[in-house]
Unconditional design. Structure first.
Length: 128
């Protein structure tokens, strides 16, 4: 028979409830981590698809532009090819710098999960 008195059950019931609460908290954190994994996967796919489209379009535009310029200035084709090479090298360096800067400034993966775990640790800390 079950004892329905308040405070009945003692240590075993308290430990069982504590374990259930801890498992529930762990489940919430894991659910949050899974949502963030899905978001990161989707974000990465969109980023790669966009980069591929931009890179392909830019390549074709620059290729056509180079053909047009070299055909237009045939007598100076060597100087023009060298100038275009320098221009594209500088453009690639600036674009690379911008991508690295953007990547470093964006929040890392699982930032939300890590923040929740920090809050949990702060809440459960003995010196609180």
């Amino acid at each position: 028979m079950k004892n329905d008195k308040p405070g009945a059950g003692g240590l075993g019931d308290s430990l069982r409830r504590l374990g259930g609460t801890l498992l529930e908290g762990l489940q919430v954190r894991l659910d949050l981590a899974l949502v963030e994994v899905q978001e990161e996967k989707q974000r990465l796919f969109v980023l790669l698809a966009g980069l591929l489209l931009v890179a392909g379009s830019a390549f074709m535009a620059f290729f056509c532009l180079n053909l047009l310029l070299i055909a237009s200035f045939w007598d100076h084709r060597i100087s023009l090819a060298l100038g275009l090479s320098v221009f594209y090298t500088l453009t690639a360096a600036v674009a690379g710098w911008a991508v690295v800067r953007w990547f470093r400034s964006s929040p890392g993966p699982f930032a939300g999960t890590l923040e929740e775990i920090r809050k949990d640790r702060a809440y459960l800390a003995p010196d609180r």
